[in-house]
Write a protein that binds this ligand. Structure first.
Ligand code: NDP
Length: 277
């Protein structure tokens, strides 16, 4: 009997996730035989759910909101980028039975910004809203693109300051609260808060976006998110959501698990075409 390799995404909430669809498209494109499911897992059940998944023969997991820091703590060993981020979105069963933790969010975002949307990052002033698991994964990859500076603004001020301090040796980065954004301007504003999930937006001052500035919501939705609409209202050159990042980070996870790199462009196009107009 042939046993099909099993993969899954754990998160809470998870109903909206497009990851199962994306991995199905990848597996068809690359002719890899596998199944990939979404499972709602509250944080307090994370450890037991992961143990059960791998004990039952699972090969790899994605972990999303709010589980990335827990996945980091769970992994037996981690890649350098995951180690630094202290957040893991990909768990992979190794040949010796151990679990490797990786973080593919950063490479997913950078590939989407640069390769898919032609956005220049060198010398840009970047604002990241939010200081959670997603922000942890994207700071170093952004600094590696020689951005001029990064400001992290968060509802809980201490988290923004602590996070910026963790990366201060790698570049020009500071943390603040939303009120600390008054009289500042940025070339790229990334929304890495989870506010889009509830149709909210952090309190942002006027004139925050520079002329020809770009807005990017890491969240994605069939309708333009509240932050994408904020970008449009504030004359962003481009105001994008995170669908492309989602596909790119998934492609990197697929490569880690299967050793085969899917072509992302047709998958992004298909998912975009399916959005209501
Ligand atoms: P976390 O739960 O780790 O962090 C959530 C962040 O949102 C915290 O900084 C939190 O602030 C902030 N926040 C929550 N509610 C509010 C509010 N009402 N007002 C202001 N700030 C708020 O989530 P993640 O970092 O894992 O994910 C963040 C977002 O990024 C999600 O929407 C997720 O879907 C998206 N994402 C998309 C990816 C993609 O591939 N496109 C990949 C990764 C993430 P505080 O610290 O004060 O609680």
């Amino acid at each position: 009997m042939t046993v099909i390799d099993r993969y899954a995404v754990f998160g809470n909430p998870i109903k909206h996730s497009k990851s199962p669809r994306i991995h199905k498209l990848f597996s068809e494109q690359t002719e890899q035989s596998l199944v990939y499911e979404a499972q709602e897992v509250p944080a307090e059940q994370f450890s037991s759910a992961v143990k059960t998944f791998f004990a039952d023969g699972g090969k790899g997991l994605n972990c999303t909101i709010p589980l990335k820091e827990l996945a980091w703590a769970f992994a037996d060993h981690k890649t350098a980028r995951a180690h630094l981020a202290k957040a893991v979105n990909t768990l992979a069963l190794q040949a010796d039975g151990s679990i490797l933790g990786d973080n593919t969010d950063g490479v997913g975002l950078i590939t989407d910004l640069i390769s898919n949307h032609g956005i220049k990052l060198t010398d840009r002033k970047v604002l990241i809203l939010g200081a959670g698991g997603a922000t942890r994964g994207i700071i170093k990859p952004l600094l590696e693109q020689s951005v001029k500076s990064i400001v992290i603004a968060n509802r809980t001020l201490e988290k923004a300051i602590d996070l910026a301090n963790e990366f201060v040796n790698l570049g020009n980065i500071v943390g603040c609260g939303f009120e600390g954004l008054n009289n500042q301007q940025f070339d790229l504003i990334l929304n890495a808060t989870s506010t889009s999930l509830t149709g909210q937006i952090p309190p942002l001052p006027a004139n925050l976006l520079s002329e020809k500035g770009v807005c990017y919501d890491l969240a994605y939705s069939n309708e333009p998110t509240t932050f994408v609409r904020w970008g449009q209202k504030n004359n962003a050159l481009k105001s994008l959501d995170g669908l492309g990042m989602l596909v790119e980070q998934a492609a990197e996870a697929f490569f880690i698990w299967r050793g085969v790199r899917p072509i992302t462009e047709p998958v992004i196009k298909l998912l975009n075409d399916e959005r209501p107009r």
